[in-house]
Design a protein. Structure first.
Length: 262
């Protein structure tokens, strides 16, 4: 386990800095300068950051197939849905949209787990693997092919198996759950590095998609409850377009008590 640097110059253009939360989603929260305000929990300070900042990334924790294959497919479907919602074409999260939202939420949460815990290399019994040069290994990975080295497979290749597994389990566990498009009447939303067990998907400073909540417009106090939830679930950082525009409040208003009760 651990970061494996590509060859000098990265000739096969393998993705090294892998976004946990997509760049396009982060950019929707950026200000006119293309930056978000990010609070680093370890340093207890606010910094301005672009979506390319390494804080938003894992460092080659999952393989190229997971990044550019299944991951990109899930992201693209979600971003198309968000564009449609923001343009006013999609007004409800129906059966089709529900799958897109849940797959994206599962991917986000899974990537966050990979970044925090890594993926251990694993030995395949009875398989020694071929003797491959570094260049040959990178060519294979670029073509979404797995390989072994002395019978040991790099842990990042297990990522795609976990992504599918977690995603299918999440779908099954939430088969009857409904999602709503939720807007901030006052204030703006905070984005955590992950919402963990709370099924909330950030869309823009004024919009989130929330499980077990109908389409609605929230008061300032209700926005503050979601923001407090974001802060409480954050492990390394949280961000917003402008943190000063984001109210924070610990006591749940009645309409949100069922969803956010501990």
């Amino acid at each position: 386990m651990g970061f494996e640097a590509p060859q000098k110059g990265n000739p096969h253009k393998l993705t090294v800095n892998q976004h946990v939360f997509p760049r396009k989603s982060i950019n929707r929260f950026s200000n006119g300068d293309g930056l978000v305000q990010l609070f680093r929990i370890d340093g207890v300070k606010v910094i301005s950051a672009s979506s390319t900042n390494s804080l938003f990334c894992a460092k080659r924790v999952w393989d190229q197939s997971t990044e550019a294959g299944i991951g990109k497919h899930i992201e693209d479907r979600f971003q198309n849905l968000v564009d449609s919602i923001l343009a006013g074409y999609t007004k409800v999260i129906g059966i089709f949209e529900k799958t897109i939202v849940e797959d994206f939420f599962s991917l986000w949460r899974t990537r966050h787990k990979f970044r925090a815990e890594g993926l251990e290399d694993f030995k395949l019994g009875g398989i020694e693997g071929n003797s491959l040069t570094k260049d040959e290994q990178e060519i294979l990975e670029r073509q979404h092919v797995m390989f072994c080295r002395d019978g040991v497979m790099p842990g990042r290749f297990a990522a795609r198996i976990h992504v599918f597994g977690y995603m299918n389990t999440f779908r099954q566990d939430n088969m009857h759950r409904q999602w709503g498009i939720v807007r901030a009447g006052e204030g703006e939303f905070i984005v955590p590095d992950c919402f963990q067990d709370m099924m909330i998907v950030p869309v823009s400073p004024k919009m989130v998609i929330v499980a077990d909540q109908p389409n609605s417009t929230l008061t300032r106090s209700e926005v503050a409850v979601i923001n407090q939830t974001a802060i409480d679930r954050s492990t390394e950082y949280y961000f917003a377009r402008s943190l000063s525009a984001c109210p924070v409040y610990r006591d749940s208003p009645p309409r949100l008590q069922r969803i956010f009760a501990n």
